[in-house]
Design a protein around this ligand. Structure first.
Ligand SMILES: Cc1cc2nc3c(=O)[nH]c(=O)nc-3n(C[C@H](O)[C@H](O)[C@H](O)COP(=O)(O)OP(=O)(O)OC[C@H]3O[C@@H](n4cnc5c(N)ncnc54)[C@H](O)[C@@H]3O)c2cc1C
Length: 237
């Protein structure tokens, strides 16, 4: 999977602070941004987070390009309604040969890998044959597995992203959307380090809210952001 930050609001940390500042300042809206500094913004953003005054975080948005995500994960992703999506069509774009995401649990098991590869190739071959005998792509796609790769562009504001990271970086979330969320957070922190300083699962910010905890809470932001994080499913409870 590849995740790219295609675009984002310029100076996001300062813009959120400037937007919040209008609530408490007699300055003209046009002057607020140039009065902000990194130090002032950081202090105000922390106060906003702690006080629950979250609406200023909606003024900045982040647009991501995602390649190589399975349709299993994209189906979960589009449940997030406070976001905008454009996804590659299976009606207009024909699927390539066995473009399928292989889960780590399958990759690490030779018997499962062999079975998985056989079935993926068989579905791919049936798809090609259906196209060859004149079945339209929008119908031939019914034979493709859930793991088939997709591409999409999505935009979320910082408040919606915080919510997304709370839910999808939790180890109870499914491994692929969790990996997507991790890569998105890395991108967000590169352009808005203060806004996303505390973003992440609840175990890192005040305590787990799951009725069935995973049993492996994160102990630091560094371990969360580390590459090759543990992608095993959560422990059964
Ligand atoms: C670990 C995990 C397991 C899951 N398992 C399942 C499952 O088995 N089956 C399943 O169907 N889904 C499942 N989901 C999906 C989940 O139920 C949500 O649909 C998804 O996480 C999106 O969350 P959201 O609605 O809070 O986000 P968003 O749609 O982005 O909404 C953000 C917030 O806006 C507010 N909001 C948005 N729309 C409305 C509205 N119409 N009315 C009132 N408030 C609104 C809510 O406060 C909401 O939290 C799972 C999610 C997770 C993280």
């Amino acid at each position: 999977m590849k995740v790219y930050l295609l675009n984002s609001t310029p100076e996001p940390d300062n813009l959120v602070a400037a937007a919040a500042r209008i609530c408490y300042s007699d300055a003209a809206a046009s002057d607020l941004l140039e009065r902000e500094s990194a130090a002032l913004s950081a202090r105000l953003l922390k106060e906003l987070r702690l006080s629950g005054h979250h609406s200023p975080f909606e003024h900045v948005s982040f647009t991501f390009g995602v390649d190589g995500l399975s349709r299993t994960a994209s189906h979960q992703l589009v449940r997030h309604r406070i976001a905008s999506f454009s996804q590659q069509s299976q009606r207009y774009v024909k699927a390539g040969n066995a473009d399928i995401v292989v889960p780590p649990s399958v990759m690490g098991n030779s018997e499962a890998s062999e079975l998985f590869a056989q079935q993926a190739e068989s579905a791919s071959e049936a798809y090609r044959k259906l196209l060859a005998i004149g079945i339209p792509a929008e119908d031939a796609r019914f034979i493709l597995p859930h793991g088939w790769e997709t591409r999409l562009v999505m935009t979320m504001n910082a408040r919606a992203l915080h919510h997304f990271f709370n839910l999808r970086l939790c180890r109870r979330a499914q491994w692929e959307i969790r990996e997507l969320a991790r890569l998105m957070l890395v991108e967000c922190r590169s352009v808005a380090p203060v806004i996303f300083e505390t973003a992440g699962p609840f175990c890192l910010s005040g305590g787990c809210q799951e009725s069935r905890p995973c049993g492996r809470p994160y102990d630091s932001m560094e371990s969360l952001l580390a590459e090759n994080d543990d992608l095993r499913p959560p422990l059964p409870s």
